[in-house]
Design a protein around this ligand. Structure first.
Ligand code: PGA
Ligand code: ZN
Length: 426
């Protein structure tokens, strides 16, 4: 049973405060989890509680969430069975009572939820992926590596937020990491040769002074080829335009390019990119409020491209069910802090899988050294993870954890490969 719960304020990868929670069980087993934080957040995400006290951390302190754990949640969950994750999570949800977790904070609840699972795993002397996923948990995800950053994650003019490479042709996860690293360094050299900065953005990708998606994709494709890989076969392209960020007044406002596109023109542009480049997956191609645009694009591109809903679903099972009913997307991005508990996260994953939607486990742009999502990707067998570039320890920590899991699974391990994205066998 849970004996002690302690929360504290720590620092995330952007130097902003976030919540870390320790859960200790009666047998002495310990679980620790740190909570991530987004920059381009969906409007319907569970509420991240911040202090709004300008005297501390420019108002971004999380003392209220920390106090919520130490003074309220701790009492309510102490004595509960840590293995009964659903009861622990529902106890917190009821205690909060708001539906959006705005009273205690989703950051408070998530810390306790994940730390509880990790403590229970420790009590069983099991790695987290095995404790949550059982003996069938042996599928290593295809990593979507974000090697060019733009949008809200960098200060360059690129309107689209993320340009990623996914080494679908690798034989193992470790090989996927090697392939990604090699392309990352080829790209670095090419950017230097072209006179660009190679400083990195929030997710560890380069943030060169490029204006259009075509320019970014050209650089990425060239880097893949020069490294000796075949674009589309060995390594495929993935984009996250994060379209909600630049959708205003029914218009997609490309400020970097200096043009506006109607939803139809925006969809045409995306279709052109899919025709011109080996793009196998686009996340948030349309804005969270542009449901007509989402439905039209899914009908148009959904049979040849993975279309992943991030802001439009917010890892929320109810929003996902509505989207499935309305023909929106064919894939969902899963971010634990968008919903705030492990139980709800796993329910959303199960609903997606039942509907034939693919699932991508994901970090946030604000991360810590916590690697829980690496284990959850294997536990759910979702086959895909998005956790940034091949730099910044907050990103590489997840890749390194997956390398360890693959090693531990030995001959049991299987790399998801191209079929994970809904692509046919080559
Ligand atoms: P965020 O961005 O963590 O800043 O919200 C990630 C994403 O949009 O996928
Ligand atoms: Zn996104």
């Amino acid at each position: 049973a849970i004996r002690r719960v302690v929360a504290r304020e720590i620092i995330d990868s952007r130097g902003n405060p976030t919540v870390e929670v320790d859960v200790e069980l009666g047998d002495g087993s310990l679980g620790r989890a740190a909570v991530p934080s987004g920059a381009s957040t969906g409007a319907r995400e569970a509420v991240e509680l911040r202090d709004s006290d300008p005297a501390r951390f420019h108002g971004k302190g999380v003392r209220r969430a920390v106090d919520a754990v130490n003074e309220t949640v701790a009492d309510a969950v102490t004595g509960l069975d840590a293995e009964d994750q659903a009861t622990v999570d529902h106890t917190m949800i009821e205690l909060d009572g708001t539906g959006t977790k705005s009273r205690l904070g989703a950051n408070a609840l998530l810390g306790v939820s994940l730390a509880t699972a990790k403590a229970a795993a420790a009590a069983h002397r099991l790695p987290l992926y095995r404790y949550v996923g059982g003996v069938d948990a042996r599928l290593l995800p295809v990593p979507m590596m974000n090697i060019v950053n733009g949008g809200a994650h960098a200060d360059n003019p690129l309107d689209f937020q993320e340009f990623m490479i996914a080494p679908i042709g690798a034989a193992t996860f470790a090989e996927a990491v090697r392939m990604g690293s090699e392309v990352f360094h080829t790209l670095r050299g090419n950017l230097i040769a072209a006179g660009h900065s190679v400083n990195v953005g929030d997710e560890g990708g380069f943030a060169p002074d490029l204006r259009t998606a075509d320019e970014a994709l050209d650089f990425v494709v060239r880097a893949i080829e020069q490294t000796g890989y075949k674009p589309g076969t060995d390594i495929t392209l993935v984009m996250d335009p994060a379209s909600s960020e630049f959708f205003h007044d029914e218009t997609y406002d490309y400020t970097g390019e200096g043009i506006r596109r109607t939803p139809a023109e925006h969809a045409d542009y995306l279709a052109t990119l899919v025709d011109s480049y080996p793009v196998a997956s686009i996340e948030d191609p349309m804005a969270e409020d542009d449901h007509d645009g989402w439905r039209d694009l899914t009908a148009r591109l959904g049979n040849r491209c993975q279309l992943t809903g991030d802001d439009v679903f917010c890892t929320n099972e109810t929003l996902l069910r509505a989207g499935i009913r309305d023909g929106i997307a064919n894939s969902i991005l899963v971010k634990v802090n968008q919903i705030g508990t492990l139980t709800e996260t796993l329910a959303t994953v199960a609903t997606a899988h039942r509907a034939g939607y693919t699932v991508v486990m994901s970090h946030r742009s604000g991360e810590t050294e916590d690697t829980t999502i690496a284990d959850l990707a294997v536990a759910t067998g979702c086959g895909q993870i998005k956790t940034g570039s091949l730099s910044r320890a907050d990103r590489t920590a997840k890749y390194n954890q997956l390398v360890r899991i693959e090693e531990e699974l030995g001959t049991q391990a299987r790399y998801a490969g191209r079929e994970a994205l809904g692509l046919r066998r080559s």
